[in-house]
Write a protein of this length. Sequence first.
Length: 212
Amino acid sequence: MNKHIRQEIFERFRAANPHPTTELNFSSPFELLIAVLLSAQATDVGVNKATAKLFPVANTPQAMLDLGLDGIMEYTQTIGLYKTKSKHIMQTCRILLEQHGGEVPEDRAALEALPGVGRKTANVVLNTAFGWSVMAVDTHIFRVSNRTKIAPGKDVREVEDKLMRFIPKEFLMNAHHWLILHGRYTCKALKPQCGQCIINDLCEWKAKNIVN
């Protein structure tokens, strides 16, 4: 895929959705961090249902610790892997208080040092909470990048690196959200909606005219 096609793809994404954002509900970097920690192998809808009850009770590291592990699990038990995630929340809150003054650090290495936080989660926080032009490659972005040939790669890091190189800089800040939403609602894993796709004519997936 050449740079002119990529330019057109992201111009269409921008025209259709000028101000994309995460579907996770949050009102602070800390709430976003907790929501993203809970979202692994879970839906944003499911996480939002849990945090809608959790955050009014505890939306700071100290409040989470005061709630205690059992208290947190009462709110997270509807989410997959909730026991492990709840432990990570407790550990993360202690580190935030002890090492970062109770604030979420705007630093990749510091974020990735938090329990349960990998490169993808750190990138989500850096992009959505702090406005960094970074790419958090999840299963949706990995699929869309390979299927369309926007940035094909054999693993998530290769796809991330290619996206950062190939996407025109004017689109980098929002590209993460556009690609996730496209993969979630249009370029689905099992039943891609190619007939409704706004970049169908630019996509290089060979099977796109077979699935409709």
